[in-house]
Design a protein around this ligand. Sequence first.
Ligand SMILES: NC(=O)c1ccc[n+]([C@@H]2O[C@H](COP(=O)([O-])OP(=O)(O)OC[C@H]3O[C@@H](n4cnc5c(N)ncnc54)[C@H](OP(=O)(O)O)[C@@H]3O)[C@@H](O)[C@H]2O)c1
Length: 292
Amino acid sequence: MRVLVTGISGQVGGALMSVTAPAGITLIGAGRDKLDLSRPGSIAEAVSAMAPDIVVNPAAYTAVDQAETERDLAIVVNRDGPAALAEICGTLGIGLIHLSTDYVFDGSGARPYLPNDPIAPLGVYGASKEAGEAAIRDRLEDHLILRTAWVYAVDGKNFVNTMLRVGAQRDELKVVADQHGTPTAAEDIAAAILAILSARSAGSGVSGTHHYTASGATTWHGLAEAVFARAEPVWGRRPAVQAIPSSEYPTPAARPAYSVLDNSSLDNAVAVPRRDWRAAAEATVDLILQRT
Ligand SMILES: NC(=O)c1ccc[n+]([C@@H]2O[C@H](COP(=O)([O-])OP(=O)(O)OC[C@H]3O[C@@H](n4cnc5c(N)ncnc54)[C@H](OP(=O)(O)O)[C@@H]3O)[C@@H](O)[C@H]2O)c1
């Protein structure tokens, strides 16, 4: 099975390309130079040239705040690019695994979101991802939309790296404590996608819209505390983390107050590996600190 992977310089795409694929699965990476989602008209030819049996698309416009002022680009990359991908996948008779986000929800819920719960994004990024989901559903039956959340990796612009950078320099930080979600390691998402691909090649596929995150939930404040608790023995000190409401840390894009995702529909369809959010975050902190 030849698997075309987009966004290989990103957290999830990079994690996918760094794992050893199981026998029978060949991963073919395509960066922006080979497959540019901002040029939807070029996508059919680019995909056809690589002759994949399935496409995995973690590439996206992911700058949540910047999207508020770069709406057109966010929409092209997150809606029109995936739409073109879905179209060529349909023409070639192959499947598409597409990554989406917890930010399609408005966060007014009080229990983990199910894939079919009503979506109502609060910002342009979430709206562009929602539009991408809809474009794929409209064009391609053989699709799997995997919504994930709060992604981090050893490399990449993410909250864990930011906390370790800022916490190394400051004794006190303020972090929002009224947004609830599930931090998820890019390598775990990659492992889940590989499990899904293996199941598919064995004839037991999963399709439609599903959720994949780590287990459990916390807040950004809780994640910061977990990061610093893990760093403390290495640093010999621990920054104090003051819990603040989102209103004290205004951002261009509003975030959902609660975006914990219910993973059960995916778990019922295929066995995917999953770690507790804290254990996975601690392992990543260890790797980052070993490197510095
Ligand atoms: N990060 C999160 O917290 C989070 C949360 C929920 C869901 N997700 C979703 O999960 C997926 C993976 O996220 P991630 O954290 O791995 O993202 P990321 O680290 O920001 O990487 C994004 C990737 O997309 C590529 N890309 C951007 N514009 C492109 C274009 N026009 N054409 C082709 N490639 C382009 C980037 O390439 P360049 O290096 O060339 O820019 C990069 O490889 C995305 O679909 C995202 O929406 C992410």
